[in-house]
Each structure stands twice: as C-alpha cells, then as structure tokens.
Ligand binder design. Structure first.
Ligand code: KMH
Ligand code: ZN
Length: 275
C-alpha cells in the first residue's frame, strides 16, 4: 500500500477546555500557531472551531475570519471549518462563516446523542447546510457518527445536494454515538461508494488504535485535542501536533508518508487555493 496518508488535525473542537488541558488553543493566534506546528509535523489539513477568549464555543463569522487569516498568514495547511459548532446552536449560526470560503467544511448527516446532550441535524437542517456549502462552492467532509448517517448522505446524492466522489470522516466513540470498535469502522467502510475517500476520528482512548486500523485499511486519519487530549495513558498531549507525530510514525511503519496540502487538494477535489 503506497497511497500517501492524509492527516487532519482537529486542534480545538467546541468542548475541549482548559480545565481538561492547558494546551487547547482558543484565540485565532493560538489556533494558527498550533496549525503551523501540526503542518510542520505532517498534517495537511486542520479542522477548526471558533472559540471566545474565555473558551466558550462560537460560530461567529468574525471569529472564523480571524482564524482563517491568522492561519493563512503562517502556513499553507488546508483549513476546514466546523458547521457543527457546539450542541444546542442554531443552524443559521452554525453556517454563517461559510462565505469566507474555507478549503472545506463539515456536514453531519444525522442527529446523535452527544454525551448528555443531543447534536441536532434534522433532514431539513442537513439540506440547509448542504445548500449553503454548494452556494459558496465549499466541499464537505461528511461527518458520520452512526450508520444511518451514511444512508442519509447517499440520499442527499440522489437529491442532487451532494456531488460524488464523497469524503467521509467516521467519528467513533462519542458517548451516545457509534462505538470505537474496529468492526464498526469496517462496516462503515463497506457501506460507502467505492470511489469515496475516508478518514477516521477515534474519540478518547480509541483515537490512536483506530488511526492504526485506518492506516492498515488504506483510509486516512483525523487526530487532535478535539477528540482526545492524551498522547499516552495519563500523559497529556502538549498540543495536537504530538498526536500528528504519532500518526506520522504509524503511517511510515506501513509505508505511507504523510501527504502535503497540494496532494490533499487533488485527492479531495478542492479548488486550488492561493497559499
Ligand atoms: N461539537 C460537536 C457537537 C463538527 O465539527 O462539525 C459537533 C462537531 C462536529 O464537532
Ligand atoms: Zn468539530
């Protein structure tokens, strides 16, 4: 297997906070510094969430504008915006930054229990996000937290709202969602059209074992403090870059070097950006 490996760093998320780890970036400058470190270590893309200076999650357009600019000023890494935001956010608020034309943005194709909360994505809401992505010509990464979400993504293809080839990210191990067992990943991969590309994002202790499994299966990997804050049992990662380093090592052991942003752009059929 010689296909290069796409590593996406989910550097902050909406939920990871400073009470859990001092290393989670909040401000645009902090996010950009971390993005640069992750790129240096082997990530081709960063998945980012807006945060207020006190750490509260925000989908505010100005915050995303500053994040995008700060990252572009420092590094050529691809930038993927979250449209999920945090549990309980209004759908319009979640997509107000898409006109800034990030390289990619997420699209979750279903509702899932998310810890004690509910991450709401009704069919009309999913269509709203897909339409807005299309309006601004932003390619989606389809976030799958459970099996029915794959079927819904395929339904959106039939409706003309999603254009294949699709790129999926299987987020496994969220309390309330599909668990982090390797068989779950195998099943999800069996469901998607063969021309699709995919990555896995294992949550918590599932992150690195699922990364290894995905590498062996020919898929790609998302890691970072959004999903897991430990680099080994009981040891906090000093940033998402340490998790990226681990995945680079795992990839190389299987003959898969990390791909750069140019190759990722080509594989994911993104419009070439000036970087
Ligand atoms: N924070 C979660 C409720 C995404 O980024 O699009 C949703 C999430 C998915 O993180
Ligand atoms: Zn996210």
């Amino acid at each position: 297997m010689s296909e290069e490996l796409l590593i996406t760093a989910a550097v902050n998320g909406a939920e990871t906070n400073r009470r859990q780890t001092p290393y989670v970036p909040y401000t645009p400058a902090e996010i950009a510094e971390e993005a640069e470190r992750c790129r240096h270590c082997g990530a081709a893309m960063v998945h980012v969430h807006g945060r207020k200076p006190d750490g509260d999650a925000t989908q505010d357009r100005q915050t995303y504008r500053r994040i995008l600019q700060a990252i572009r000023d420092r590094t050529d890494v691809l930038v993927q915006f979250s449209t999920g935001g945090a549990v309980g956010m209004d759908i319009e608020e979640r997509i107000e930054a898409l006109d800034l034309k990030p390289d990619m943005a997420t699209l979750t194709t279903g509702t899932v229990n998310f810890g004690d909360g509910v991450f709401m994505n009704s069919l009309p809401q999913i269509r709203t996000v897909a339409e807005r992505l299309n309006t601004h010509d932003v390619r989606p990464e389809i976030e799958i937290f459970d099996t029915g979400m794959v079927d819904t993504a395929l339904r959106l293809v039939d409706e003309g709202l999603l254009e294949p080839p699709l790129h999926f990210d299987f987020v496994l191990g969220v309390p309330g969602g599909m668990g982090g067992r390797a068989e779950n990943l195998e099943f999800l991969v069996s469901m998607i059209p063969s021309e699709s590309t995919w990555s896995v994002a294992g949550v918590g202790r599932h992150e690195l074992p699922l990364a290894k499994k995905a590498i062996e299966m020919g898929g790609h990997v998302r890691v970072g403090l959004e999903d897991n804050i430990y680099v080994s049992k009981g040891e906090l990662a000093k940033g998402s870059f340490e998790l990226v380093e681990k995945v680079v090592e795992m990839g190389r052991a299987e003959g898969r070097d990390p791909m750069g942003p140019d190759r990722a752009e080509e594989m994911l059929r993104l419009d070439a950006t000036e970087r």
